[in-house]
Design a protein around this ligand. Sequence first.
Ligand code: PHB
Length: 389
Amino acid sequence: MRHWWYGWIVGLGLVATSHAEEVIKVGVVLPFSGVYASLGGDITDGMQLALEIYGSEIAGKKIILITEDSEVKPSVGLTKTKKLVFQDKVDLLVGPVASNVAGAMRDFVHTAKIPLIIPNAGNNLLTGEKCSPWVIRTSFSNNQINGVMGPWLYAQGYRTLYLMAADYAAGRQMMDAVRRGFIGAGGEIVGEEYPPLRETKDFAPYLAKVKAIHPDALYVFFAGGLAIQFVKQYHAFGLKGEIPLTGAGWLTSPLFLPAQGAAAVGFTGALNYVPSIDSDENRSFQAAFSEKHQRTASEFTVQGFDTGRLIVEALKVTGGETDDKSALVDAIHGVRFTGPRGPFRIDPATNNVIQDIYIFQMRQVGYNIRHVVIDKIENVQDPPNGCKM
Ligand code: PHB
């Protein structure tokens, strides 16, 4: 006899099932441990909400998610991807969070011709020089988020910038993007530091250098546990009133904000989503999420949500068929919607998302600390950057 919760669990894809009913298997490679563990959790919550809202059964087939922990390690991410393809025989893949893990997975999925939908990792190469018909990104490229910020900061009157980011592909690519834009506008980079991704707990040595050089602004990329530590230490170091803090907007994600509190106030960032976006789509998304989880949905949740919605809408077009992978990718290219972050579509020239980028400042509004949108750049689309499909 089936337990009452059986359909629910399968429908939400929390477990694989061995019974005869036909299923569509989505292999999910995300971090559930390590520096980005909470990001993997938010993306999964977002995907599950999309399946509940847009349908977890297509043409009589249940969509199930089979999740694997990448541990934010490239070799682990690749091994888990192979396990999902060879052992679980998944129909398509979703993941990862980190650019270095994405880099490690790329050649395998390209050769295996299994569609991979990236719900976070911004590695420019995967929708640039190393693009693939089988790699589609619903999140952002590292250029897309940071490219707009160089000229924008220069236009605000900043003339010198100090860069600081986690030392791996994403941090390097993001700082390259802001450096290009800022120097192109006429500004000067007066220093840069790259603390290790996994090990950094103490930012004091780096902050001391910034204090000594005293740039017009500091521009950073940190996420996960690093973002929480960095913001608290920046505040504790007494730099907040002295050197404006700017950067890639994940720094003060709703996922990290409860741990950062008032230390986050004053940060100016760029991102593809903030919870304060004033639209019906966003309001109803946040209401549905908070009813289920009693917290604010983050940009990571939205990327998971839009990924889930994209998969469901594409499967509706193919009638639940996944064997013809080209037809599935064509269907993905045809999906367009306005979601919580605004208009969403995939650029068939690069397989990267085209989306609005929001520039916001963290402000105390009454009793709350809010992401206040101060500017918006619409329809930001990456150039092909060497991508030939
Ligand atoms: C990345 O590694 O591409 C990455 C990780 C976390 C973020 C953004 C980008 O918040």
